[in-house]
Design a protein around this ligand. Structure first.
Ligand code: TNX
Length: 523
């Protein structure tokens, strides 16, 4: 007892001495999102200066690339760009990036961080883990590191250790570029946002009733004719194959996989306007600039439709290094459903697999003979399709519309967005678990989470940011951090501490009253 009191007393003396040397805030743990698996905080501090260099292992091009991206990221705010040097001894002073194949528990994206006063050592099994770990280092630096103009130092990082790895391998968002078109630069901006929160998939919804957005060389009218419209009648747009490859590469450099979606058999009006022979309905297709869904369908009983699908999937697959091609499959008109939907899905699955890809689709595709390798995306509250997919041993991606749809309004007074699946405040978006929300969908079949942003009402990057921030951070944490449904009170404080960071990032975020937004003075 006596010893304990003595120890407490000497600790508080130490704390008082510390107080005079460093601001107390310096040793508060950084408000990291997603929350790491484990973290310890020490008394010392690393200070990043103009002399700090980054060390990488010899001959590791990908590690060097990861280091270069980090150097570019911190250069504008600090005003100094670190050199990237080859690691020789391992005790160099600075930021050390290293690979260690034996740390298999970390998986492909996990990392270990050891922050000493003289060096920060980041260790991972793969370069992807180093990239994720550097996002942690980024969040441990003062919020003004996000600024694109030179800011005052010092650039302190609180000492300690972190061991971290994701709970789920698939953590993504979807951007609908059909209802409103978004430029390559906008898509890259979205990729940067995903990367900052350790997400690893961007699903691009590339075709729908209102527009066809990806060049297909064997069917040129898809874009020549089919890309010219969008909701509200604007001029639309499309990505050339060169543009798409540029997006894919930009994402790849950030360890993000692009999942392209070509919607079928429904949501296909734009293609039917371009090629009337594909129309499965008697009424001719005319350009659609409204928001209604569920009226168009490709002819599921014509040979030409399968020639078309094979050509499109072949071209898209050839430009897509990721394993998945998303084929949509939702909201097919009732009259078309009666006949051949299940056979249609079977045929399309065969086509996708013939191009060495796995099929992904909205859970509606479970009506077909789907494989165990096929991924069905759960979205509708009445989970019948998802349960059918479970019974067929398929894998499930969790996107419950009433929790994970980024186009749902936060509250009734929110101007942007829709509300057919309800209002999704920041707490509702965060407080659930992927494996607890529908008990019949077992964890073993869940590959992860995706938050889709449909863009019927979303026209600009500012609109995107408003709907995405801050909900995206919650989805990132649901996919990455260990499950715990009781962390809202702690999470909202951590989220509130992102205020300055969002401001320096120039993000138009929703300042929900559910969160205690505050200026943190970590420096
Ligand atoms: C339903 S979710 C759709 C989309 C709409 C969205 C609007 C899904 C698979 N289909 O076509 O854009 O609602 O929230």
């Amino acid at each position: 007892m006596h010893k304990l009191i003595q120890r407490v007393a000497s600790l508080s003396v130490l704390a008082m001495v510390g107080l005079t040397l460093l601001p107390l805030q310096a040793q508060e743990p950084a408000p990291l999102i997603p929350k790491p698996v484990s973290m310890t905080t020490a008394d010392h501090t690393f200070v990043w200066t103009a002399e700090t260099q980054i060390y990488v292992p010899k001959g590791r091009k990908k590690v060097r690339k990861v280091a270069a991206l980090f150097a570019d990221l911190i250069a504008p705010a600090t005003g100094f760009k670190p050199n990237i040097k080859v690691l020789k001894r391992g005790d160099e002073k600075g930021l050390i990036l290293q690979l260690n194949k034996t740390l298999t528990d970390l998986g492909a994206e996990g990392y270990k961080l050891d922050i000493k006063a003289e060096r920060v050592t980041l260790t991972a099994v793969k370069p992807a883990g180093l990239f994720r770990g550097l996002q942690t280092v980024r969040q441990m630096l003062p919020a003004r590191i996000e600024s694109d103009t030179v800011q005052k130092g010092p650039w302190r990082i609180i000492g300690g250790t972190i061991t971290d790895y994701p709970q789920y391998g698939h953590r993504g968002a979807m951007l609908d570029v059909t209802r409103h078109f978004f430029s390559v630069a906008d898509v890259k901006q979205c990729i940067d946002y995903l990367a900052a929160y350790k997400m690893n998939v961007l699903h691009l919804h590339l075709s729908d009733d209102q527009g066809w957005r990806i060049e297909i060389k064997s069917w040129p009218k898809l874009t020549e004719v089919g890309s010219l419209t969008q909701v509200g009648g604007g001029k639309g747009g499309f990505y050339t194959q060169k543009d798409y490859k540029e997006i894919v590469q930009y994402a790849k450099d950030r360890y993000i996989t692009i999942v392209p979606e070509i919607e079928m058999p429904g949501h296909i009006n734009a293609a039917l306007v371009a090629y009337p022979e594909l129309n499965g309905n008697t009424k001719p297709a005319t350009p659609h600039t409204g928001m209604e869904v569920g009226f168009s369908c490709i002819a599921m009983d014509k040979e030409v439709s399968y020639k078309f699908i094979d050509d499109v999937i072949r071209e898209v697959a050839a430009m897509t290094p990721g394993q998945y091609i998303h084929i949509g499959g939702d909201e097919v008109p009732k009259k078309n459903m009666k006949t051949s939907f299940a056979q249609f899905i079977n045929k399309v699955q065969t086509i996708v697999q013939s191009h060495d890809k796995k099929m992904m689709g909205w859970a509606d595709i479970a009506k077909g003979d789907i494989d165990e390798e096929t991924v069905t995306q759960f979205w509708k509250k009445e989970a019948a399709d998802a349960k059918l997919a479970v019974s067929k041993h398929a894998r499930i991606l969790m996107s419950p519309a009433y929790r994970a749809y980024l186009d749902m309004k936060y509250s009734p007074d929110c101007e942007l967005g829709l509300n057919w699946a309800g209002y999704i405040g920041v707490q509702t978006a965060y407080q659930w678990t992927l494996s607890g929300i529908v008990p019949e969908i077992p964890k073993a079949q869940i590959i992860g989470v995706e938050a889709p942003l449909w863009t019927e009402t979303i026209k600009t990057m500012d609109d995107i940011e408003f709907m995405v921030f801050p909900r995206l951070l919650g989805y990132a944490e649901l996919g990455w951090s260990p499950d715990d449904e009781n962390t809202w009170d702690e999470y909202k404080v951590r989220l509130g501490k992102q205020k300055k960071r969002f401001e320096h990032m120039g993000i138009n975020y929703y300042k929900t009253p559910q969160v205690p937004w505050q200026d943190v003075k970590i420096d």
